[in-house]
Design a protein. Structure first.
Length: 291
């Protein structure tokens, strides 16, 4: 039986960066939902509602570069209503309000660590811990979040010269997390894994959705994943007809939907609202099947 989407906010701390960062958590609850506003975004949730009785699996969503955790709120709420606890961290210094590390190797090394911090927090939280299945984590990543998911699952990325202070390409220091059991990649950015063997250690089931009309993450990025994985890894890949790069973001409210604001726009004729109903169901079905 479907539950309500409970919701909490949390503040995490990255000791390496010496700074706090925000996170939202959606989870199954028996409390009634009502409309809540997070900035300009309206979401139906049971704010601070008591978590329902588990056990539930944990999913963590990693946003794109310069983006926001709030842009995946409808997917998170859908998963929560159907038995997942969903953590949405906002990557510090690589988000809509502060993107000073965008385009740097430092940021690429930070991002997987943020997800690990979020996972550690969830499994230690007094309210969530008793209701979570330990060691059962799915990572959902859009755009640079797709890179982040692959890195945490065992990918070995190499930074480009222009991303490093010394202007020399080098392997990036990322510690994989064995608790990761499934990946969902939405228009993933992947060139850091083009080297031979870079994805050979990734051995979890993967659902990859890419946009037919994505101008930023082209078919080449998907091929890095398809050609780089061991042939024994389960990879389900679907090209979404008519979709653009931003089509994977939750639909924007009418007041923010305008031609000059690219994230709110889709290729002509594409129905983002309808697609998200299909996408959310597809992701849920995949995670239930493989975890």
């Amino acid at each position: 039986m479907a539950k309500s989407a409970g919701c909490r906010t949390a503040e995490l701390f990255d000791e390496h960066m010496g700074m706090a960062f925000a996170m939202m958590v959606f989870y199954p609850s028996d409390a009634p939902e009502r409309s809540e506003y997070f900035g300009p975004f309206e979401v139906s949730v049971a704010m601070n509602g008591v978590i329902a009785e588990g056990p539930f699996r944990l999913a963590v969503i990693s946003h794109g570069t310069g983006g926001s955790h709030l842009l995946y709120r409808t997917l998170a709420a859908h998963l929560a209503r159907n038995g997942f606890v969903v953590a949405l961290p906002e990557h510090p210094r690589n988000n809509r309000n502060n993107n000073e590390l965008g385009g740097t190797a430092e940021n690429m090394e930070n991002r997987p660590r943020h997800l690990r911090i979020a996972i550690d927090w969830a499994f230690a939280d007094a309210q969530l811990k008793p209701e979570l299945k330990r060691g059962q984590v799915a990572i959902i990543g859009h755009s640079l979040g797709g890179y982040t998911a692959l890195a945490l699952a065992g990918g070995r990325p190499v930074a480009f010269a222009h991303e490093t202070p010394e202007l020399k390409a080098r392997p990036m220091e990322v510690t994989p997390d064995e608790r990761v059991k499934a990946l969902v990649l939405l228009a993933p950015a992947t060139p850091w894994f083009k080297g031979h063997g870079a994805l050979q250690a990734v051995d979890v089931p993967i659902l990859m959705l890419t946009g037919e009309k994505d101008e930023y993450v082209t078919e080449w990025h998907a091929n890095v994943v398809k050609w780089g994985l061991d042939e024994r890894v389960l990879l389900e890949h679907r090209v979404v007809p008519g979709a653009g790069h931003y089509s994977f973001l939750s639909p924007y409210p009418a007041a923010m939907t305008r031609a000059e604001f690219a994230p709110s726009q889709d290729p002509p004729g594409f129905d983002r609202l309808r697609f998200h109903s299909e996408m959310n169901a597809e992701i849920l079905a995949f995670l239930r099947r493989v975890m």
